[in-house]
Each structure stands twice: as C-alpha cells, then as structure tokens.
Design a protein around this ligand. Structure first.
Ligand SMILES: [Zn+2]
Ligand SMILES: [Zn+2]
Length: 381
C-alpha cells in the first residue's frame, strides 16, 4: 500500500508543511485514488488539477477523516477494527451454527442443550499468552504493531509505507516465556455448551441470537452466536430412527406454518362404502380419530380439515397467556385399489357390476361429447 504525500505540485507557501496539512493531503490522495476519474487527474495534474476539477463541479467534496483512513488500511488503532462498529469497542466476527430439531420438538416445545467448539481466551494465562505473566513491549515497533518506512523519491515527494511489524507479528508485544496451554496464542479452541429453548410452535429456520457468545479474543468483544434452528428430516425405522417410544406417526407429518399435513390410505371398500376408523397418533402421543360411518364416501384425493389439530400458534417468549391456539390438520385421502382378487370374489363383483351397469349405468361417453367407439357401449357406475 502506497500513499503519496505530494506537495511538489503546489505553489502554496512551504509553511503549510504541518502534520495536519500532511494528513489532509493524505486524505485527499485517498479520495482521489478510489475514484478512477480523479485518480487520473491527480496522477497527471496533482493537487491543483484536482482542485480545479472539484470547482468544476465534479468529484467528491468530503474529505475522509485521515485517521479513519489509516484504520481502514491497517485495522485497529483508534477504534473501528475489521469488524468494528466505528468508534466503539472492536467486535469479533459473528458465528452461526445450524441445529436440527425433530418436528415433534417444535410441536411440544423442548429445553435442550447444544455444544459449539469455539475460540476462547486461554484460562491458564488469562489471555496474556505468557507463562510468567510478563509481556514486553516490542522493541522494533515500540508497541505500535506497525512500522513506517519513508523514502524521498524526489525533492518534496515522499513515499510512505506502513506495514505490520515482523518482530511481534503486529501485536506490539513480545513474550519471552509462552504459556504452555495456548503456546503464546492467548486463545484456545474448546467446546462450550449452551441451553436451547424451543418454544411450542416456533417456526423452523428461526435464528436465535446469543449475544457476545461467538469466538472470544483478548483483542475484541466477542460477536454474536446465531443459532439457526431447522427441522430435521423425518427418519423412519432403522438408522437414526426416533426413540421407539415415540414411534407413533411423527415421521409422517409435514408442517407448513401453523398447519400440519397427513396422508391417510383407504382401501376401495373403505373409500366407497364407509364404515372405517383410524387413530392417528399425534406428535405428542394424543390420538386424533378419523373415520366414516357406513355409506359415507371419501373421494380419492379428498382433503379433510381437522381444526385445532395443527401446530400450536407460537407466542414468542410468551407462556400461558390465555387459551392455546392451534392450526389445522389437513388429511389427504389416498385410495388404493386391489391389484388382485380371489377368483370367487372377482366373479361376484363382476356379476354385480354387470347387473347394475345395465340397469342404472351412467353414460360417461354421452357427457364427454366424444365420438362413439366402434365397438359396443362403454358405461360405468
Ligand atoms: Zn495461555
Ligand atoms: Zn513490533
């Protein structure tokens, strides 16, 4: 990184050669260099050309704070490091973890824990990095962490370079006897366990913020740990299967917002003739009875809405304020026809159909408006 302190092009009296003026020039140079147009002007015509360009209406009229400029180049300093919030204390980077939770836990709510391996301030040396507590100021950079090199390229033209100090690695301090635990790094990686409270009805994909629980460092205030709570893919029996006591039907529910979806299979007889019952075991183990009396038809693909049997409606942080509300359970009926029938049964069915199609058949063809097939009639109940 090169900053040119360029006074050679100005005709201004030399007594302006104060530190402040130098900084302003640096800021100006920076302004000029980040804009391709002004950069060209600055390179060709210097400060004066730039002034003219500005008066002509182009360019930016604000100057960057020269100290802000240095911070941007080198980090640290008077506040606002790489992850700083400008002016305040330096903050470490945020962390995000993803936690998979079964749908059942979103339904019932659950208090659990999770463990994250993160960077922590070394407890042995309390973040000093030194086994005896002695930390020396770096002799090379005088504790600044950076060294400045300045060359005069031509009379009045300086090239100034600032780079991290090699001797201390930019820390500004040196340690003679490094801590045995962290080997002078001042930080260690270690697991930390956190409580996780899943509230009933909490939306999947929610991001929970654990303030200042991200990676720690003696150099910064830890950033936030963000926990992304997602719904676990349903697992059936076998590998990673849910607890057998929870076998129930939990794996087959699907959630959308406050509603739950369920697919129920009916035989041809059940769908058509009625007289059937089902007990659906809900996510918390309670039973939702489904069924039809004799004579009640369920069409394939029909959806029954059972109010109050969906997900609990989430109240963020709220416990028992008033009555609990629930979304709906939507039951889709799938009808399966038999592939095979016993011979006798097939014969009886056939005869029944034949008898009734002649008497009371519905002519599907007539209603469809399509031309009649060449052979015979096609009608069905
Ligand atoms: Zn240590
Ligand atoms: Zn140093």
């Amino acid at each position: 990184m090169v900053i040119r302190l360029c006074h050679a092009h100005t005709d201004a009296p030399r007594n302006d050669d104060t530190a402040h003026q130098k900084f302003v020039s640096v800021a100006e140079a920076y302004d000029a260099l980040i804009d391709p147009t002004t950069r060209k002007i600055y390179d060709k015509y210097g400060h004066e050309g730039l002034e003219q360009h500005k008066q002509g209406g182009g360019g930016h009229h604000h100057h960057h704070d020269p100290f802000d400029l240095f911070n941007r180049f080198f980090g640290g300093g008077g506040g606002g490091g790489p992850f700083g919030h400008g002016g305040g204390q330096r903050h470490g980077p945020p962390m995000e973890v993803r936690i998979q939770v079964p749908l059942r836990d979103f339904y019932t709510g659950r208090s659990t824990q999770f463990t994250v391996t993160k960077q922590a301030v070394c407890g042995t040396c309390e973040g000093s990095g030194s086994s005896d507590g002695a930390v020396d100021t770096c002799k090379t950079c005088g504790g600044r962490g950076v060294v400045v090199q300045k060359h005069m390229l031509a009379p009045g033209i300086f090239q100034q370079m600032q780079r991290p100090c090699d001797a201390c690695g930019g820390k500004g301090t040196t340690i003679r006897h490094p801590c045995a635990t962290c080997r002078g790094a001042r930080v260690v990686r270690e697991p930390e366990t956190f409580d996780l409270h899943i509230e009933p009805g909490m939306p999947a994909g929610i991001r929970l913020t654990y303030e200042n629980e991200a990676d720690e460092s003696p150099d910064w205030v830890a950033g936030d740990l963000v926990v992304n709570v997602v719904e676990q893919e349903p697992r059936l029996a076998g590998e990673g299967a849910p607890d057998p006591t929870h076998r129930a039907d939990g794996s087959f529910f699907r959630r959308r917002g406050d509603d739950l979806f369920w697919r129920e299979v009916l035989s041809l007889r059940e769908a058509w003739m009625g007289d059937w019952t089902r007990n659906v075991t809900h996510l918390d183990g309670h039973v939702v009875p489904l069924g039809r009396k004799r004579g009640m038809v369920v069409q394939p693909g029909a959806v029954e809405v059972v109010q109050g049997e969906g997900m609990p409606v989430w109240r963020p942080g709220g416990e028992d304020e008033g009555e609990k509300r629930f979304g709906a359970l939507l039951v889709e009926y799938v009808v399966v026809l038999p592939d095979k029938m016993e011979k006798g049964m097939e014969k009886e069915f056939w005869e029944t159909w034949e008898k009734w199609r002649r008497k009371k058949g519905v002519d599907l063809l007539k209603d469809s408006g399509r031309p009649a097939p060449v052979k015979g009639r096609h009608d069905e109940l």
